[in-house]
Structures are given as structure tokens and as C-alpha cells.
Design a protein around this ligand. Structure first.
Ligand code: ACO
Ligand code: ZN
Length: 223
């Protein structure tokens, strides 16, 4: 993954090197037929998955100049649930996560960031938890970009700390990253998770963070 990201050169060299699709964000080699075919498949499935038609009585919990955040709850109409499932599948696919079966599916809250182009460009899935384990310093060797160690081998404290809300997934569409979408999703979650109170950063926990997730979480929790 890392090498792919570093190869992004979109200088109009249509037939050499890596290209980033400006619609679906996939990085692929246009000169490689197999890659190109994978792209075509991904392209359609992805754009279909993030297409947002909306529904009557959608629960808009925040509005911004560049989009809005919609909250979906387990008892919502089936088309709302279907949209959440489609997006979650794309996200899990991208992250290489196994589908996890939540302990209390009826307590899951899903926040979707909808762009002005009517696309789901961000997703946050949260559930109530009772305790969390703090991530300690990174194991040595992780600092090296060439490290072959498992990127999720963070060291966790074995002392549980009380927590209220677990973020089991947070994802932002590749082409919309670093526009504070994740930050706005977490702010909105803290505001909406428990009626009448704004959760502190100590009360939320990120489960099994990826390197991106950890960078974001560290920054978010310190500001
Ligand atoms: N590298 C370094 N710092 C980062 C990164 C990064 N990749 N991403 C976020 N930050 C920090 C920055 O300081 C940023 O502020 P700045 O842009 O002003 O410098 C701050 O966090 C806020 O970032 P946002 O713009 O709100 O984050 P974004 O909308 O880009 O989304 C996310 C971050 C969700 C991690 C995104 O990169 C993503 O979807 N990655 C792929 C999926 C993933 O790995 N998700 C986390 C899985 S772990 C879990 O789900 C529990
Ligand atoms: Zn594409």
C-alpha cells in the first residue's frame, strides 16, 4: 500500500506509471490491462455504493457549507440501513477488515457525511462500550518507514479505563481527506451519542486503529 501511495504521479502520462482516478480515487497502472479491468470494476461498484439519494425524514444532525451529516439508527427504514451496509462493505474492503458482528446491533449509531455532490464521502460507526485500553508508545521500529512489522502492532495498556463510546470504523473518501471531515464526524458523534451531553475525548475510544486512524486520533484528541 505504502509504495503505491508514493508512486502517485499524475502528470498526464496516461500509459505509464500510476494514475489516480479522479472520480473513484483508485490508484492503478493504466498500461496494465489487468489493473485497468480491476479499476473499471471497482469504479462502478464504488460510485454506486457512495451514491446518496436520500430519504424523507432523514436525520440531519449537522450542516456545513460543503455537506451535511446524517445519522442512521438500527430501526430506520430498510433503504437507510441498506445504504449503511453498502458503504460499510466498501470501507471494510478498503481497510481489509473482517466484518465484525457487533455485540449490540440495536445500539449502533452510524454517521454519514454527505457531500454537496450527493455522495457519502465519510462514515463513522459507533457503539456504546464500557471500557477501553489506552494505546501506549509505538513499538520501536515502527518509526522507520521501511519497517516490515505489522502496522497494527501497537502496544496497549492492560489496565482498562472507563469509556462510553467506541468508534469501530471511521473512513473518509480518499479524494476528500484532510478537509476536516473526520474531525467533524467525531465532533458530531460526541454531541449526539448521549442525549444532553458532550462527550469528552477521554470517553471515546478508537478500536483497532490503522496507521491513518492513529495519526488522526492522536491529533484529534490533543486539540
Ligand atoms: N497523516 C497525518 N495526520 C493526519 C492524517 C494522516 N493520514 N489524517 C488526519 N491527520 C490529522 C491531521 O493533523 C489533520 O489536521 P490537518 O489536516 O489540519 O493537518 C487532523 O488529523 C484532522 O484530519 P481530518 O481532515 O479531519 O481527517 P480526514 O477527514 O482526512 O480523515 C481518516 C482521516 C478517517 C483516518 C482518513 O485518512 C481515512 O479514511 N483513512 C483510511 C481509513 C482508515 O484508516 N480509517 C481509520 C480506521 S481505524 C478505525 O476505524 C477505528
Ligand atoms: Zn475510477
Amino acid at each position: 500500500k505504502k509504495t503505491k501511495d508514493q508512486l502517485v504521479i499524475d502528470a498526464g502520462q496516461k500509459h505509464f506509471g500510476a494514475t489516480v482516478c479522479k472520480s473513484c480515487g483508485m490508484i492503478y497502472t493504466a498500461s496494465n490491462p489487468e489493473d485497468e479491468m480491476q479499476h473499471v470494476q471497482h469504479h462502478h461498484r464504488f460510485l454506486e455504493g457512495i451514491k446518496y439519494v436520500g430519504w424523507k425524514k432523514e436525520r440531519v444532525v449537522a450542516e456545513f457549507w460543503d455537506g451535511k451529516i446524517v445519522l442512521v439508527l438500527p430501526r430506520d427504514p430498510s433503504f437507510a440501513i441498506k445504504k449503511v451496509e453498502d458503504v460499510q462493505e466498501l470501507v471494510d474492503n478498503e481497510l481489509g477488515f473482517q466484518q465484525v458482528v457487533p455485540k449490540c446491533p440495536n445500539k449502533i449509531k452510524t454517521f454519514l457525511f454527505i457531500s454537496d455532490e450527493k455522495r457519502v464521502v465519510g462514515c463513522l460507526i459507533a457503539e456504546p462500550i464500557k471500557q477501553a485500553f489506552r494505546v501506549l508508545s509505538e513499538p520501536t521500529g515502527m518509526q522507520s518507514p521501511n519497517s516490515k512489522e505489522c502496522p497494527r502492532a501497537w502496544q496497549c495498556s492492560d489496565v482498562p479505563e472507563p469509556a462510553v463510546c467506541g468508534i469501530s470504523r471511521i473512513w473518509v473518501f480518499r479524494l476528500k481527506r484532510r478537509k476536516r471531515i473526520a474531525r467533524r464526524l467525531v465532533d458530531t458523534l460526541r454531541n449526539c451519542f448521549m442525549f444532553g451531553c458532550f462527550l469528552s475525548t477521554d470517553e471515546i475510544a478508537f478500536s483497532d486503529p490503522t496507521p491513518d486512524g492513529k495519526l488522526f486520533a492522536t491529533k484529534y484528541c490533543n486539540t
